[in-house]
Design a protein around this ligand. Structure first.
Ligand code: ATP
Ligand code: MG
Length: 365
């Protein structure tokens, strides 16, 4: 269990991690608050299924917080990355629209954020070619997140896109020169790849005036960098262990009821010793904006049943306005597509400009 003990109010600072070591916290986000226009955020979610509480507390809330501070936001829906661990992208259009719906329902403002799919921005994908030359095959094989995803994949063999997708992700981040990436803990190794690619590119193709082409992006970890699913593993869209944001209240109750706990009656908050119970305690605490220790103490000897009742109520209450807004937005699918079209147009303009810079420093004609 890797969650921290702090709770997140709507104005709580993003937890920054700094250059050189993407796991090292650098303190409060004063610089972002003081100078939001100097920063750019890139994040995204694969269109593989409905977003869940892990996304919400691990990343989405941080995104909305940053947007409210006035930081420019890019949201990529990496449709090409769906086929890293499966043969075909099942129900791609539906999943993509539903992601846009989740974004808008949780507070992403399409007038301020650029929402686009991978496949609609050719120049972004072209950056992958020079970037791939900057990393070794051994480095790709060593990436712990890729190893984990390979272990969970049902594919008979590992395809090339799976092995190289952290470099693709570097292209996602660097095409728009994002310097901030709100992610869950599983993505930290990928951030390291993006930083390495940026550094090596600038070393290999120095500009005459010494200014770098790319920023060195930083990870922004939230208060729930690794929310566990109902089976005790990382909550994931494709592992059948998630509580979707869009689930109805009864489904939420059923899913929470099925969550793994332990046999000890007294509820405590002990992430290292009791990961599953502590994960549920944290979930209630995040929803109620309280300290997990307080939530655990209140439940006391109530056991798993009381804990699960508390979690169900807390989740349903917290998500009620988001779910209502989602239902409203879902009646206009045309609007969702228009958001994507506008985002794609803007992302293409930026990707074309970055690719032109890359071609210039590489000496292409
Ligand atoms: P899939 O099973 O298809 O890989 P996923 O649930 O792992 O889906 P991703 O689209 O891979 O979701 O991840 C999108 C973002 O959400 C990433 O920044 C990731 O770190 C974050 N995230 C995903 N799952 C969790 C989780 N359980 N806790 C915290 N953050 C998470
Ligand atoms: Mg994943």
């Amino acid at each position: 269990m890797t969650t921290t003990t702090t709770t997140a109010g709507p104005d709580a600072p993003a937890d920054l991690t700094g250059p050189g070591d993407s796991t090292r916290p650098t303190g409060p986000d004063d610089d972002i608050r003081e100078n939001p226009a100097a920063h750019r955020v890139l994040t995204g979610d694969r269109p593989t299924g409905p977003l869940h509480l892990g996304h919400y507390f691990g990343s989405l809330r941080n995104r909305v917080r940053l947007q409210r501070l006035g930081v420019e936001m890019f949201l990529v829906i990496p449709d090409y990355q769906v086929i890293t661990d499966r043969d075909v992208a099942d129900r791609l259009a539906e999943h993509t629209e539903n992601l846009v719906l989740d974004y808008l329902a949780t507070g992403i403002d399409p007038d301020r954020a650029t929402v686009f799919t991978h496949s609609s921005v050719p120049a972004l994908n072209q950056l992958l070619l020079p970037f791939l030359s900057l990393v070794s095959v051994a480095e790709l094989h060593r990436n712990p997140t890729v190893k984990d995803e390979i272990a969970h994949s049902s594919q008979a063999s590992v395809n090339g896109l799976m092995l190289t997708y952290p470099v693709h992700q570097a292209a996602d981040i660097l095409f728009c020169k994002a310097d901030l990436v709100p992610v869950g803990k599983d993505q930290l190794p990928h951030l390291e790849v993006a930083r390495t690619v940026a550094r090596r590119f600038d070393e290999r193709y120095p500009r005459p005036d010494g200014t770098p082409v790319f920023p060195r992006p930083r990870a922004l970890l939230s208060d729930a960098p690794l929310l566990l699913g109902t089976d005790g593993g990382k909550m994931s869209k494709s592992r059948g262990n998630s509580i979707p944001l869009a689930a109805d209240e009864d489904t939420t109750a059923r899913l929470v009821k099925g969550a793994k706990t332990d046999t000890e009656r007294r509820i405590t908050y002990d992430p290292a010793g009791r990961p599953e119970v502590s994960n549920l305690v944290l979930l209630a605490a995040l929803c109620q904006d309280r300290a997990p220790e307080t939530v655990a103490e209140e439940i006391g000897d109530g056991g798993s049943a009381a804990l699960k009742r508390t979690v169900t109520e807390a989740v349903n209450e917290h998500l009620r306005p988001i779910r209502a807004r989602r239902a409203e937005l879902a009646t206009d699918r045309g609007h969702l597509r228009a958001v994507l079209r506008a985002g794609s147009e803007r992302a293409n303009g930026i990707a074309d400009a970055t690719l032109a810079e890359v071609r210039e420093v590489m000496g292409s004609l």
